[in-house]
Design a protein around this ligand. Structure first.
Ligand code: AMP
Length: 283
């Protein structure tokens, strides 16, 4: 495994691999790696000759300075973890290398950012769009791997790659959870034991939503019942709870019986912002 911090060097190394006909799989991360990242890495390794994991905490996608400052930074631990995963390249550029000049280009994702993360984290997806473009241009991967935990991000990146005719396949992989159901997240490191137990209710509410819909309850009844459940969870502050159509991220028409539906939630436990979702497809 080789650790690379220079954008120019990673491009050169991967160009050399590409001319030999080797395929490249990229896993973009912000570090503090866990089994959710490991599942993306396993897919990247399984489907490509060369695997690259980027570790870069992208200041531009944080709308909250405190969240940026408190984001876990454990590069040495991440490097040790990535060695055990058999990754070929770790690409960990410094901020000055990634952004030698403050970027002036802005990508506008239109209606895809009207709700949820786009609504509550103003400027978040513009920052994501910029860094994902840079990473894809620096590494020119055949495939790039994203977790469905960040469902809105995955859909936006997929659409951006389509609109820009970027020749990378965007692969989305399922959410990896703790035994409690809590979606794995780098931010979970900041939770106390009690906080973890509180946060497990996030998934419990999503599962309850699925069960109520399966029993024939309408979306509005389900939403009301489960919102009430979340309001009763001591130590949990709900930010949003949305039932959306996963193709366009618009609210699901309440009178329509759900076909393909994503139930998305964000909230705070111990001041830490957590997100999760359940993607329901017809059997
Ligand atoms: P992050 O380091 O949090 O920016 O995440 C890097 C990538 O890992 C993103 O594509 C995330 O969606 C994905 N990811 C994070 N947590 C999980 C998880 N629990 N299961 C699957 N993928 C995840």
């Amino acid at each position: 495994m080789q650790l690379v911090s220079s954008p120019q060097l990673i491009s050169e190394l991967l160009n050399a691999a590409r001319v030999k006909g080797l395929t490249i799989g990229l896993v973009p991360t912000m570090g503090a790696l866990h089994q959710g990242h490991a599942s993306l890495i396993a897919a990247a390794k399984g489907e490509n000759a060369i695997s690259v994991v980027s570790v870069f905490i992208n200041r531009l996608q944080f709308n909250n300075q405190e969240d940026f400052e408190k984001y876990p930074r454990v590069l040495d631990e991440d490097i040790a973890f990535l060695k055990t995963q058999g990754v070929d390249y770790v690409y960990a550029p410094a901020e000055s290398e990634m952004y030698p000049d403050p970027p002036i280009t802005q990508i506008n994702f239109g209606s895809m950012t009207n709700l949820m993360e786009g609504k509550y984290r103003i400027g978040h997806f513009e920052g994501v769009g910029l860094v994902v473009n840079k990473l894809l241009n620096q590494t020119l991967p055949n495939r790039a791997y994203f977790g469905l935990k960040d469902l809105q991000q995955f859909l936006i990146v997929k659409r951006m790659v389509h609109d820009f005719s970027i020749a990378t396949e965007i692969v989305g992989l399922p959410i990896i959870r703790e035994a409690s159901g809590l979606a794995m997240s780098s931010r979970n490191r900041r939770l106390t034991r009690q906080g973890e137990a509180t946060a497990a209710n996030i998934y419990a509410g999503l599962v309850k939503s699925k069960d109520l819909l399966a029993e024939g309850k309408s979306i509005s009844e389900t939403k009301r019942w489960v919102t009430n459940f979340y309001e009763q969870v001591v130590g949990f502050d709900l930010e949003y709870f949305e039932f959306v159509n996963p193709t366009d991220l618009c609210p699901y028409p309440e009178e329509q019986s759900p076909n393909e539906l994503a139930i998305c939630i964000a909230g705070y436990v111990e001041g830490i912002r957590l997100i999760d979702n359940l993607y329901l497809r017809p059997d």
